[in-house]
Write a protein that binds this ligand. Sequence first.
Ligand code: NAP
Length: 272
Amino acid sequence: MTKSIFITGTSSGLGRHTAIHFARRGWNVAATMRDPEQESQLVAHERIRLFKLDVTDPVQTRAAAHAAIDAFGGIDVVVNNAGVGSYGPLEFVEEATIDWQFAVNVRGPINVIRAFLPHFRERKGGRFINISSFMGVTTAVPTGSLYNMSKFALEGLIEGLYYELKPFNIDLHLVEPGGFKGNRFVEKVVFSTHPDISDYDPLIHKVNAMMTSGDESVRDDPQLIVDEIDALATGTSDRFRTLVGQTGKDLMRMRASMPIEDYLATIAANFA
Ligand SMILES: NC(=O)c1ccc[n+]([C@@H]2O[C@H](COP(=O)([O-])OP(=O)(O)OC[C@H]3O[C@@H](n4cnc5c(N)ncnc54)[C@H](OP(=O)(O)O)[C@@H]3O)[C@@H](O)[C@H]2O)c1
């Protein structure tokens, strides 16, 4: 029987790559996005149906979940992919930006998971694949504390949920990519600064230079991540956490090899 997948944030980047991949593999794809009216490419795929979804809105999330379940007769796999980044010194970040970081990256997956739990309980199974980041398991980029907070929170949410969903045969997974090509993440980052305070400027310039460097050689092919999502969706892999890409692996190896105080000092020294 044809399998069906529901994916958040398919207007660009990883979500879009994932939607196209599964459509080509013959899955039914519920590709969700905030502005489906703007989308012309994904609708050309016979297997893809578009659904309007801003993950911060629990009512719209339940409506999108019901519509996708009705359209395909059920959903087997849900990918919580939609995500945004707030960077810049914490003291300069607008209140609304702090809430936005949490609303999209944490409240969003909560809304989506809650919308699908009745369906998964009823059909005695289902799978949630959650796109975290290497920034969900370690810190590495100064002024990225809010993004770290959101992904660490997602990791805690999913790990904590494991125990109550296991009896229902509902699987949870975390995928932790490093930087990858073919996305709009950095251009959409809200980077907060202050017009009159320059104390953080040396740090801000270094972080900005790193984030906007055109060096694509240090970024992974998104297909690497899509292949891991595929392995989890099809049951080829049952890993709870999958760290993808060399950046995250190198950082985690370094973190495990030394006391946390030395790790923090080493990362800080890179930006001094
Ligand atoms: N880029 C990286 O190097 C990297 C590394 C590790 C992890 N990640 C994670 O990978 C995931 C995908 O990001 P990406 O790199 O592919 O970036 P992207 O190209 O910017 O894609 C992010 C997607 O999330 C959507 N989105 C934003 N706010 C939303 C909301 N309120 N409701 C629904 N959708 C919303 C965006 O839609 P709109 O077009 O409507 O804004 C877009 O479709 C994120 O969870 C990100 O944290 C990225």
